[in-house]
Design a protein around this ligand. Structure first.
Ligand SMILES: NC(=O)c1ccc[n+]([C@@H]2O[C@H](COP(=O)([O-])OP(=O)(O)OC[C@H]3O[C@@H](n4cnc5c(N)ncnc54)[C@H](OP(=O)(O)O)[C@@H]3O)[C@@H](O)[C@H]2O)c1
Length: 277
């Protein structure tokens, strides 16, 4: 059994974040749990009062993050794994996505995890060890009509992590992106509902109706996902990208297999735009 680890988990009130917190606590680790829901955090903390601490925080509130996160971590006494899990979906056709809802979605899914990472990197660099584990989505493997903004926020987060990984690799810090397929959580119930105009009812609207029809019947188990991630973290086997659940695994395989298909016939023409040597 490896040494107990210190986890910081955002969005630990329910769903995957809650399952991760419970799995880590059951393994004998310590958890600093963050969400806006004080009652849910109290219940979580009550299960392991010695090992679990909580911080009631809206991660999109940059000033609160900067004021409250560092002292909370000092009191917690360590940090081995940062889990950027908090996230919110958004349903709207691209044409109908309002700037307000678009920005709000990027605040939760992109700017907040980026700010958390920036705040914690000096600590991780100083100790020359640590793991950043960020929850992306299968929508970042390939996106759907109606999920443009949500998928874009996750894809932007993935691109940020591609740079981050190369920047911190030599500093002893690991970076991982998890790409879950459908997990049985409150994610669909909590989606931000934007507009889907008449022109897009056949694709984005259809996707929205499909999501509503599978609410509560998603195949992925957040508990099983959490068990796997906690085990991989302890074994030091977290890869850079990991699709989770059969749906996401198949989607990633299909994407890799067909990546060249669209542009391979134009490869010579595309190469030909370079100036002659
Ligand atoms: N479920 C799926 O099918 C699925 C698929 C792919 C990816 N994901 C990703 O998995 C992650 C976890 O989602 P879930 O499925 O567990 O959904 P969930 O049940 O809706 O949980 C979302 C969590 O995010 C937290 N959160 C949202 N906005 C926040 C904010 N401003 N400040 C602090 N916490 C905030 C919520 O906490 P409070 O509301 O209590 O603050 C909650 O704990 C998300 O990043 C999501 O994009 C989920």
């Amino acid at each position: 059994m490896s040494t107990p680890k210190h986890w910081l988990i955002t969005g630990a009130s329910r769903g995957l974040g809650r399952a991760l917190a419970e799995a880590a606590l059951q393994r004998g680790d310590r958890v600093l749990a963050i969400s806006r829901d004080a009652t849910a955090l109290q219940h979580l903390q009550a299960t392991e009062p010695q090992a679990c601490q909580s911080l009631v925080l809206d991660i999109t509130d940059g000033a609160a993050l900067e004021a409250q996160l560092p002292p909370a971590l000092d009191a917690f006494g360590g940090l081995d794994i940062l889990v950027n899990n908090a996230g919110v979906g958004m349903l709207a056709s691209v044409e109908d996505s309002s700037p307000q809802l678009t920005r709000a979605n990027f605040e939760v899914n992109f700017f907040a995890p980026m700010r958390v990472i920036q705040l914690l990197l000096p600590r991780l660099r100083a100790q020359r060890q640590g793991q950043i584990l960020t929850i992306s989505a299968a929508a970042a493997i390939g996106n759907y009509p109606g999920f443009g903004v949500y998928g874009a926020a996750k894809a932007a987060l993935e691109s940020l992590h591609e740079s981050l990984r190369q920047e911190v690799m030599s500093l002893g810090i690991g970076v991982s992106l998890i790409q879950p397929g459908p997990l049985r959580t409150d994610f669909i119930a909590n989606l931000t509902q934007g507009d889907i105009g008449e022109a897009y009812q056949g694709n984005a609207g259809r996707f929205a109706r499909y999501l509503q029809s599978v609410q509560g019947k998603q195949t992925g188990s957040p508990q099983r996902a959490a068990q796997l991630l906690v085990e991989l973290a302890h074994e030091g086997r977290l890869p850079f990208r990991l699709p989770l659940g059969a749906y996401a695994v198949n989607k990633a395989r299909e994407r890799a297999a067909t990546a060249l298909r669209d542009w391979e016939p134009l490869m010579d023409a595309a190469r030909g735009v370079d100036s002659p040597p």
